[in-house]
Design a protein around this ligand. Structure first.
Ligand SMILES: Cc1cc2nc3c(=O)[nH]c(=O)nc-3n(C[C@H](O)[C@H](O)[C@H](O)COP(=O)(O)O)c2cc1C
Length: 502
């Protein structure tokens, strides 16, 4: 199988629970390997297969893959295209959040995934560094059915996910019991209690309760977009006076570090973040979900999810929101006034690489919901494995060394180099002559690609502005960066069209 066929096969896999395929082979669990490949952890997948010939050892059994995935082909491709990385197992991926030690940077974010003792326990046992509880409140919570909708990719994976859910449906007492039990049974894991009050008295009461129950940190939910009651949730996060006031009340009621969780339904998150800092918060969590409509059923005219023939705007999360989360984190972490705050990053994190991107922009901890809802707690295996392998290969010894490493490379658009150009380079070995680059350049670019009966693209360097739309569009990844950038002045002085082939 070539690389593309292998990718398609991997994406066909249903990632079954207790997968039948693991009973087919003597030494390997194909589901585990394919899951690592799905979660951008190819090196991790390779590490699960130390011995080249292991997978051929099949058991004498009747089990088979319900989708007839070509497991041998996937593993053979993996063995031939990826080298084994040695010695990553002992890498130190400890981190911290407002001075509280984390065995790894990965936590469940406040949501359904951390709403009961059993769910948190199973996540902690699976290897998560901690959990942030579903937001604890004193108001009656009534939810609708159904309460989720999704924008899906061709292979049915979620591109984006919408929920119209509110806060914890369980009583304060039941939530306190959960925190007490978790802290007792998992003293080295971090428990963040997420809370939301309707007024100063409720914020104070909840802060005192969770402190007494033994939480390690408190997260203030200033950001739920689905609240029934006006003046709560993202209404607070959009109002810097209320953010400061409620943070101050909590500050007076606890000695614990405070994270203020921000809403992305605002133009400039630095404003409420600064208000939270003034009120006494030690860190910022971001982002909560983005107000959205995922789609409308076009025969009934009812938006999704349909709750007895009606719907409402809800919070968007998952893969689609990562760029927005990264943007808000970057704006805050590069702000001088917020430079002493801790950042806990979330929004669209599925893989170790997504998590690392948040870390590189200044987050020392990572929180996740949608990926867990889609794939389960088991994604922690690839978050840890992938991060360890990256650190080993790149010679980093602590997570701290990575925190904020990308910040200095982010500048204002006005500071970007506008004097040089990076031309695309066609790799004719990979090019299949589909002409997609030609179409996009003609209709959405600068008409700089010629495409004749030879079915090979040729670049007119005189016209090309180096936007690289062609590189993004190419279905074969056959367009690469030029070796070096050239001065625009040089290009402008060209007397006749030149064809740059490679
Ligand atoms: C079903 C669902 C329920 C959520 N409930 C809460 C909540 O109770 N409190 C809160 O602060 N955030 C809540 N969130 C927001 C998540 O904690 C997180 O900020 C957001 O989903 C972005 O991360 P993700 O893309 O990893 O899901 C919820 C998200 C989802 C999808």
């Amino acid at each position: 199988m070539n690389e593309l066929e292998c990718k398609l096969e991997v994406h066909k896999c249903a990632l079954c629970h207790d997968a039948p395929c693991k009973k087919i082979y003597k030494n390997i669990n194909p589901e585990r390997i394919i899951r690592a490949l799905r979660l951008e952890n190819k090196k991790g997948a390779r590490s699960l297969l130390q011995n080249k010939n292991q997978w051929y050892e099949k058991k004498n059994c009747d089990e088979k893959c319900p989708l007839n995935i070509n497991i041998d082909g996937i593993i053979e491709n993996l063995v031939h295209t990826e080298e084994i990385v040695e010695g990553f197992e002992t890498m130190d991926i400890r981190s911290e959040i407002c001075g509280v030690k984390l065995e790894n940077p990965f936590l469940l974010s406040s949501s359904i995934v951390g709403s009961t003792y059993e769910m948190c326990k199973s996540a902690l046992e699976a290897g998560w560094g901690g959990v942030c509880t579903k937001t604890i409140c004193m108001m009656p919570i009534e939810e609708s059915s159904p309460r989720f909708s999704a924008l899906k990719d061709w292979d049915e994976t979620f591109l984006g996910f919408k929920n119209i859910e509110q806060l914890s449906e369980y009583s304060v007492e039941k939530n306190m019991e959960m925190i007490r039990r978790l802290k007792k049974e998992f003293p080295n894991k971090v428990i963040i209690a997420s809370i939301m009050g309707r007024d100063e008295q409720e914020w104070e009461y909840l802060a005192k309760e969770v402190t007494q129950a033994g939480a390690d940190l408190i997260e203030l939910n200033f950001s739920c977009p689905n609240m029934k009651q006006k003046g709560t949730g993202s209404d607070v996060g959009q109002n810097k006076e209320l953010v400061e006031e409620y943070t101050r009340v909590v500050r007076k009621s606890t000695h614990l570090p405070i994270l203020a969780k921000m809403t992305p339904n605002i133009t400039d998150m630095r404003v409420p973040a600064l208000a939270a800092k003034k009120g006494g918060a030690n860190g910022i969590s971001a982002i909560n979900t983005i107000k959205s409509i995922t789609g409308i059923e076009i025969n009934s005219f009812i938006p999704e999810p349909q709750v007895n023939k009606k719907s409402s705007i809800g919070g968007y999360s998952g893969r689609a929101v990562k760029p927005i989360g990264l943007r808000y984190i970057a704006e805050m972490s590069t702000s001088e006034e917020l430079s002493d705050m801790a950042f806990s990053g979330m929004g669209g994190i599925y893989t170790w690489r997504d998590a690392l991107e948040y870390i590189l922009l200044g987050c020392s901890s990572i929180q996740i919901t949608t990926a867990i809802m889609e794939y389960g707690n088991r994604i922690i295996e690839d978050l840890i494995l992938g991060l360890k392998i990256y650190m080993k290969e790149n010679n980093y010894h602590t997570v701290k060394e990575l925190v904020g490493k990308a910040k200095s490379n982010l500048v204002n658009n006005s500071e970007l180099d506008k004097n040089t150009i990076e031309f695309p380079r066609f790799n004719y070995q990979k090019c299949i002559g589909c002409g997609r680059c030609y179409i996009s350049c003609k209709d959405g670019g600068h008409q700089a690609i010629k495409f004749d009966e030879t079915r090979k693209p040729l670049l007119d360097a005189k016209k090309c502005v180096g936007c690289q739309l062609c590189k993004l569009i190419c279905p074969q990844n056959a367009i690469e960066k030029a070796m070096k950038r050239i001065e625009k002045e040089f290009k402008n002085n060209m007397t006749q069209s030149k064809k740059i082939l490679r």
